[in-house]
Design a protein around this ligand. Structure first.
Ligand code: MSP
Length: 539
């Protein structure tokens, strides 16, 4: 008899509920690095979780392709900026496909439709009286594409992020009247949950409290940008155009470009995930631009931390950059996803340590989760005709592993909703620990040697196999591939790739019911579901 209790979201899910989330649009000055891969993997886990819950997800990623930094990189490579952007953005596309990222949209800011959208948006901002001419003087970091308020040193100032000299700029260009939105932005950033994690709010509050100053949105000496309509010689400042890429991504690819349309196609976004260095752009400039254009604001901006490697900042000069392609080829997707999501509290800085990485993957995934399933299904196959054993009392809702599974599901769902990947992973591990503990206590390999124990052993193996099914189900958003291999090992269908063509909405919450594994259904020949990582040299 299957248990009646099942995990359910507190509110019944509206099947049409839509959830839009974004990664930053990555600069194409260089290939993707571990930082951009980290953001994208985290967003992928969120997107998969929401889809599995039955929501209609629009997961946006893409490339930010204008500006001085990119123009200079292309020149240095002897390429036209467009040829350079085509090559690097294609590299991003390929990388995300190799990582099996489940994005729905990939937007490039050199897309001609983006230019149309920027023009329409600018027309609204100008009509609102928010475009002024002014003189811009100050120190500029080309790598950040940003004016610095407080250059690091008075003489030969350098950028505190890039450690590169700042450039002095003095030009007349167009300004956006940010100062006009002081009150509204103050209200917005006070709104609970708008800036997450809460620890990042203070930094933005301090910036806003100094008084918002108008910021320049055009350049006069930069051909590699979108021309500003009605202002010959001006191109848009790269950040003004880049943020609008989130809207262009939502425009109907087969219809005319129309700003109003995005409101029916997923705007406002529920979540922007970004690195902490670009928080100000997303939590202050972007909402003010949207207010000016009369468009609704995103619900949440989540600023995650920075990754270092063995305690050091990753950089080309130190030669310690972790290449996501090498990582993928040598370690596989499950291992890297697990380590980044399980070990680094999302929002904090994190350090990539190779030893810890291999230890966690081998202990958690290969031993605690993988071996549990393998040895249990081996015993079941040997003693019960290669099939799931009779469940007996183990299918009842008060079985200790039923209770532990339900608790784990509640914790995983709550944690993922709160974007706390670490807590979700811990809840999965807790269930795996409980199932291992149960198996060791009951020691079916001993019990089987005693007469009359067959039914009890069958029930115990059933309970552990069923708990393994729950582990696979709960892992689906975090580690879709391992989840799939585990389900196959149990003779079940995986929850596909997490993409729009996936298992029917509701299949995932429905799978969170104790006792669904059918006694007598065949168990395939076990193969290790997770390979151990044996790295004999530095990554
Ligand atoms: N093009 C802008 C974003 C425009 S969004 C409309 C940009 N691009 S970026 O490619 O330079 O950075 C993309 C993201 O990578 C940022 O969120 C940044 O915080 C993140 N990271 C860069 N280095 C990182 C680490 N070492 N660790 C974690 N994330 C890091 O900014």
């Amino acid at each position: 008899m299957a248990a009646e209790r099942a995990w359910r979201p507190r509110k019944a899910i509206d099947r049409r509920m839509s959830y839009t989330l974004t990664t930053p649009l990555y600069y194409v000055n260089d290939r993707a690095h571990l930082g951009s891969t980290y953001t994208t993997l985290a967003c992928d886990a969120i997107a998969r979780h929401r889809r599995l819950r039955g929501e209609r997800v629009t997961f946006i990623t893409g490339c930010d392709e204008h500006g001085q930094k990119i123009q200079r990189t292309a020149e240095a490579a002897g390429l036209s900026p467009q040829a350079h952007c085509d090559a690097v953005s294609e590299g991003y596309r390929e990388l995300w496909s190799r990582w099996q990222i489940s994005h729905d949209r990939f937007i490039r800011t050199t897309d001609p439709r983006h230019r149309e959208l920027v023009e329409q948006f600018f027309a609204r901002v100008e009509a609102a009286g928010d475009v002024l001419e002014g003189r811009q003087q100050g120190w500029y970091c080309v790598a950040c594409e940003e004016f610095k308020d407080d250059p690091h040193e008075a003489q030969d100032p350098e950028c505190s992020v890039h450690r590169r000299p700042l450039e002095w700029r003095d030009e007349v260009n167009l300004f956006f009247r940010l100062s006009r939105y002081q009150g509204q932005i103050e209200d917005l950033i006070r709104r609970p949950g708008f800036i997450a994690p809460a620890s990042r709010r203070r930094e933005v509050e301090n910036f806003v409290a100094q008084g918002l100053r108008d910021f320049s949105i055009s350049r006069v000496d930069l051909p590699w940008g979108i021309p500003v309509p009605g202002h010959p010689g001006h191109t848009f400042y790269v950040w003004f155009d880049a943020l609008l890429g989130y809207l262009t991504a939502l425009v109907d690819p087969d219809g005319p470009v129309d700003l109003e349309q995005v409101l029916k196609r997923g705007w406002p976004a529920q979540l922007h995930v970004i690195g902490k260095d670009i928080l100000r752009f997303h939590a202050v400039y972007w909402p003010a631009m949207l207010l000016s254009a009369g468009l609704p604001l995103p619900e949440r901006v989540f600023g995650h931390g920075f990754l270092t490697r063995e305690g050091q900042k990753m950089g080309k000069s130190l030669g310690n950059v972790l290449d996501p392609v090498v990582l993928l080829e040598r370690c596989g997707r499950d291992a890297v996803r697990w380590y980044l999501l399980r070990d680094i509290p999302f929002g904090d800085d994190g350090d990539f340590q190779q030893q810890r990485f291999t230890d966690l993957v081998n202990n958690d995934l290969a031993n605690t989760i993988g071996n549990l399933l393998n040895r249990t299904s081996s015993m079941a196959r040997k003693w019960y005709d290669a099939a799931v054993p009779p469940a007996g009392d183990a299918a009842l809702a008060d079985h200790p592993l039923a209770v532990a599974s339900l608790e784990a599901a509640e914790a995983v769902n709550g944690a993922l909703e709160a974007l706390d990947f670490r807590a979700a992973a811990e809840a999965v591990l807790q269930l795996a620990g409980a199932a291992n503990g149960y198996l060791n206590d009951r020691a079916p390999w001993k019990a089987m040697k005693q007469p009359g124990q067959e039914a009890a052993v069958a029930a115990d193996l059933y309970a552990v196999l069923e708990a393994s099914r729950w582990l696979a189900v709960l892992l689906a958003p975090l580690l879709p591939e391992l989840s799939g291999r585990m389900l196959q090992q149990l003779g079940l269908e995986p929850f596909a790739s997490g993409g729009p063509t996936d298992a029917p909405a509701g299949a995932w919450p429905d799978a969170q019911r104790w006792g669904l594994l059918r006694s007598g259904s065949p168990l395939p020949e076990p193969e290790p579901v997770m390979q151990r990582l044996e790295l004999d040299s530095a990554l």
